[in-house]
Every structure is written in structure tokens, then in C-alpha cells.
Design a protein around this ligand. Sequence first.
Ligand code: UDP
Ligand code: MG
Length: 315
Amino acid sequence: MSIPKLTVVIPVYNEEATLQALFSRLYPALDALGKSYEIIFINDGSKDRSAAILSGQYHVRSEVTRVILFNGNFGQHRAILAGFAHARGECIVTLDADLQNPPEDIHVLLAEFDKGHDYVGSIRRQRNDSWWRHVASRAMNRLRERITRIHMTDQGCMMRAYSRRIIDTINQCNEMHTYIPALAYSFAQNPTEVIIGHEERHAGESKYSLYSLIRLNFDLMTGFSVLPLQLFSMLGMIISLGSGLLVLYLLARRLILGPEAEGVFTLFAITFFLLGIALFGIGILGEYIGRIYHEVRDRPRYLIAAILQAEDSQE
Ligand code: UDP
Ligand code: MG
């Protein structure tokens, strides 16, 4: 079997409601490209009928379809990593299964790729998500722009194209917690961005709660920068300096004016404020340490129960 030009990697978690619609739009869109391609679905431990639907589809189009079945839920980014490990194409496109990004726009990514870019990012033309996700992701975008060297207009959009070289480099990384678009960006030589469509989720629901979005953003911040840690040592130095001056001032007052006992509540306010900062600092330390802990245990990132692929496509 010859090496396909294009690999499309799609993580799937409880998407039984959208899969059929995805197949009916994705395959024609890829057939229309006139390039050889393969599609790798990764079933991330779905609890619904997704796995059965995927294996059904594998039997319909087994020459271009491969299905990786996970042994449990390991998260979207690890599912994509498993797809990368098995991808053989020269250009690798990641796509969500929920049809929020139209598969018909893959050719837009490929057009840029053919111009010689090794990383084609994407910007959602008009984002259709709930308002709190708009606000939160705008804030996170801005924060990321400040503290990491990753420059992306829209970090949340997963539909992107990567070159073989970037994927090979990612395959050498053993990170437990990562954020694929940012990791890929850090290896890119000639990145660019295009605008693509974005629709509301028609069926099923978002797999990301507020909590998991916060976890993901911590992965992004801690995975690509140690600035949060450095900021805390800076802040610590400034506060020590300030409190040193305060001690001198209070000492002078004690000597000149004698003992004073007013201002207990001001003291409380200052103490609580500093306590808050200290706890936040410990929390940030914990974020890094927890990740170091996961890294040193070096457990497998995911477990594959089975892979469905045509005989001749086995490596
Ligand atoms: N996904 C996954 N594992 C998870 C959560 C999500 O494979 O633990 C997949 C999901 O099936 C979808 C993609 O990741 O294809 C994006 O998920 P979702 O659309 O829920 O995220 P959102 O668009 O709300 O950010
Ligand atoms: Mg989605």
C-alpha cells in the first residue's frame, strides 16, 4: 500500500449522534480533493455506541479508514497523539468529530500547506459557542500571548494541518500533559493561519466542562512556560522589600511616638491579602510539581485495546 498524501486524525468520545453526519460529509470532501488519503479515528473510550459505529464505517471504507480503540478515556489530546503515532501521510490534519469545523474546508488548509507552510493554524470565522467560553478564551489567548512564545490568533480551534516533520518530532516527545496546537507550533518553521468556518454543535454536547477547560489551560501555561514561577519569585522579592521598609518605618514610629495599638483591621486586611498570594503561589508550584510527578512515573499515555486497519497497512 502506498503512502497516502493526507492523514486526517479524528478523536471521538461519545459522538454517536454526530458520527453518521460526519461520515456523509467527510468522505465526499476528501474524495473531491483527488489526493490519496487515510482517516484515523480514535475512539477515546466512548460509553455510547461510537465504537460500534466506527467499526461499521471501517467495514464500509476499509481501504481509507483506520480505527484505534482505546481502553478507556484518556482525553482528546492523547487520542490525537495516538493518531499521530499511526499516521503515515505527508500532511496530517486534525479535526473534531462534532462537525463544528466543516470538513469541506480541509482544502483551504491544504492550499496553504502546498504553498510551503509546514504548520497551518486556523481561526474560526464566527465562533458559535456559549458566551462564557468566548470571554474565557479571549482572556486565555491574551495571557498565553504574554507568557509563552506561542503566537496563535485562536488557540481553541483544533482543525489544523501539520507537516510530516512536525509530527515526527511530536512522536519523539513523551509528555503526559500537552496541548497539541502549541506543541506543534513550537516545532514549526514556517507557520501560517487561515480562516475557516465554525458552526454550533448540532448534536451531542461539549465534552469540556469549565473545570476541564481550566485544567487544559494549565497544561498550556505550564507546558510551555515557567514564567508563572518566575513571576512569583519576582513578586516575593518586591513584597519582601516593601515589608522591610514597613518594618523600618514602624520601628521609627515605635521609637519616636511610643507603643501604638490602632489599625488591627488594616493588619488583618494586609495579612489576608498576602496569605492569598502565598496560597496562589503554592498552588502554581503544585501545578508544576503534579506534572513532574506524572512525568517521572512514566506510565503509558494511553492503552490501545484494538486497531482496525486493512492487512496491508500494518506497519
Ligand atoms: N474528545 C475526546 N476525548 C475527550 C473529550 C473530547 O476524544 O475526553 C473529542 C470529542 O469527541 C471531539 C473533540 O475531542 O471530537 C472536541 O470535543 P468537544 O467538541 O466536546 O470540545 P469543544 O468543541 O466543546 O471544545
Ligand atoms: Mg466541539
